[in-house]
Design a protein around this ligand. Structure first.
Ligand code: PMP
Length: 365
């Protein structure tokens, strides 16, 4: 069978490498939450196990309503259930967003390096992936611009065929969040028919005071879509639940192209229980943010020049030395995520896991 050209040329999605047999794994390669699910979340999952002969709720009504209520409490105006679409992780929702709006030959602009699923999802949607380089160097006040999105260049790259722009903030894998003022200037330059996806997978970890409030940006701009997930701050990566917040007409289009019954019943139950336990989960996030500060301080003390880290990970822009640090860490039992020729991303884990990596980093420089 002849495959579509877009499929034969897809870049591979590379998951974290495997450790050599026999070594204990410290897994800091997938930006996971090091905490296991809360007992209340486990109970909710177990409560559904006996009913797995039934299909899940197609519309995930309870979960969507709970999300609408939760988001409304944090937003400048009410977010209605009609504005929420859930899917199999935010990657699943992203694919359906692109499928819903892209015609063949449309362009999707993406600041790059960013999340590796983007070029795959764009190509499968039949669109053209247009990478826009990140910033480099330092600003007039001597602050590092490394790993920051270049929103001015992104605005300048918008053309006739541009249909979508993906803004990942904080950016995976480089770490900085966009700033509210630069995002507003950017959005002012975007034509209203161009969809701007703000991928906020790590939004709960952001502490940069200049970062935008995604819900306020969404409320002010009808072409903005928020993409969020239960995989990171809420620790449900294995269950695959993410969602988009979009105007009702777009949300309806995304539901129309989505795989039916994508979000399983156990996943819906776990996500609901996680929303009910949000305060406790956000306390864990606070601990992880403090741990991120400890790790980045320690690394800078070791002499590393690192970009601002606003997600649950740290980025080492190592260029040609990337493979070397990846291999060294692996030899010492620590899984990190090398991006060939670009840099190494290391997730924030437990204190013991992070200490294992800090020893690798100290020994290698
Ligand atoms: N967006 C970004 C920026 C990510 O880093 C990730 C996970 N690595 C996702 C989306 C996808 O998360 P999920 O599909 O698990 O919701």
């Amino acid at each position: 069978m002849r495959l579509r050209d877009a499929v034969t040329t897809l870049p591979a999605y590379v998951p974290g490498a495997r450790l050599p047999a026999g070594l204990p794994a410290v897994k800091l390669s997938s930006n996971e939450n090091p905490y296991p699910p809360l007992p209340s979340v486990v109970d909710a999952i177990v409560a559904g196990v006996g009913a797995t002969n039934r299909y899940p709720d197609l519309a995930a009504v309870q979960l969507v309503e709970a999300l609408a209520e939760r988001l409304t409490a944090k937003a400048p105006r009410a977010v209605t259930p009609a504005e929420i679409v859930v899917g199999t992780g935010s990657v699943g929702v992203l694919e359906h967003l692109l499928d819903a709006v892209c015609d063949p030959g449309d362009e999707v602009l993406v600041p790059w390096r960013s999340f590796e699923a983007y070029p795959i999802a764009v190509a499968v949607a039949g669109a053209r992936f247009v990478p826009v380089p990140l910033q480099e160097g330092h600003d007039a006040d001597g602050r590092s611009l490394a790993g920051r999105l270049d929103l001015a260049a992104l605005a300048a790259a918008i053309g006739e065929r541009t249909r979508v722009v993906v803004v990942c903030t904080p950016n995976n894998p480089t770490g900085p969040a966009v700033h509210a003022d630069e995002l507003e200037s950017f959005l002012a330059a975007v034509p209203p028919h161009v969809m701007v996806i703000l991928d906020e997978a790590y939004v709960e970890f952001v502490r940069d005071p200049d970062a935008p409030d995604g819900l306020a940006v969404y409320a002010a701009h009808p072409n903005v879509v928020l993409l969020r997930t239960f995989s990171k701050a809420y620790g449900l990566a294995a269950l695959r639940v993410g969602y988009a917040v979009a105007r009702p007409d777009l949300a309806a289009g995304v539901r129309a192209v989505a795989t039916p019954f994508g979000v399983g019943d156990l996943a819906q139950r776990a996500a609901l229980a996680s929303l009910a336990a949000e305060d406790e989960l956000l306390e864990r996030v606070e601990t992880l943010v403090a741990e991120r500060t400890r790790v980045t301080d320690a690394l800078r003390e070791q002499g590393w020049d690192l970009p601002d880290a606003q997600g649950n990970f740290v980025w080492f822009p190592l260029g040609a030395r990337t493979a070397e640090l990846g291999a060294r860490a692996r030899d010492e039992g620590v899984l990190v995520r090398p991006f060939a020729g670009e840099g190494v991303r290391v997730s924030i884990g437990s204190v013991a896991e992070d200490d294992a990596f800090l020893r690798v980093a100290a020994g290698w420089r």
